[in-house]
Design a protein around this ligand. Structure first.
Ligand SMILES: C[S@@+](CC[C@H](N)C(=O)[O-])C[C@H]1O[C@@H](n2cnc3c(N)ncnc32)[C@H](O)[C@@H]1O
Length: 189
């Protein structure tokens, strides 16, 4: 994101706060960031935080322009308070953008069946063979299955106070809906 801000928009000021509840994940992120051109600079901070209570991590109301979460919200114990927190910390006009596993679109029922079977049979097996960890990959399949479909998740985003596009789809499906991008905007006051 900082590369994009810098190289595409000539923006040398935007800063990014990376938040995760897991200190080990943050340490890994920090390690990777150190190897990047932004790693040692003031534009990148790593904060241990529960997305369901960002106030506890000192994140003030209306303090961010963009809140983005990728393959994360599915793992939160309860996404609804996390969406409300995203709304709180964004400035009016700020953007919520979420990339997450979703549901294969309706005209593709055979693909949906194959995909579910693949997730529950093949992915845990590969996890066992490659990482020696079947359970984590079984959890991955279960969490994908449990996460709400695009419409339901879109309604949750609206319930948190965001506005979503009125014309056209309120989300963007990738690979037939295996993954979807949802966006919401905090209304101007
Ligand atoms: C599958 S990883 C994705 C990490 C990263 N977004 C990526 O794409 O590489 C999910 C992350 O969500 C974090 N997580 C789970 N519950 C959380 C919560 N309540 N608040 C903040 N982070 C959370 C986990 O610690 C984990 O690092």
């Amino acid at each position: 994101m900082l590369d994009h801000a810098t190289d595409v928009h000539g923006d040398g000021e935007t800063s990014v706060v990376v938040a995760d509840i897991n200190a080990d994940m943050l340490a890994e992120g920090r390690k990777r960031a150190r190897a990047s051109r932004h790693g040692a600079g003031a534009r990148l901070a790593f904060v241990e935080a529960n997305a369901q209570d960002l106030r506890a991590a000192g994140m003030a109301d209306a303090s961010f322009d963009l809140y983005t979460v990728a393959f994360g919200i599915r793992n939160f114990t309860d996404p609804a308070p996390a969406l409300r927190e995203a709304f709180r910390v964004l400035k009016p006009g700020g953007v919520f953008a979420c990339l997450e596993f979703s549901k294969i679109s309706a005209p593709l029922p055979l693909l949906r069946t194959l995909y579910t079977s693949w997730n529950f049979a093949v992915i845990p097996l590969l996890g066992q063979l490659v990482a020696g960890d079947r359970d984590s990959y079984r959890y991955l399949a279960e969490s994908i299955e449990r996460f709400p479909d695009q419409r339901t998740f879109g309604d949750m985003i609206k319930a948190a106070g965001f506005v979503v596009p009125r014309s056209g789809p309120a989300w963007e499906d990738l690979s037939g809906g295996i993954v979807a991008i949802h966006k919401g905007i905090k209304p101007l006051e």
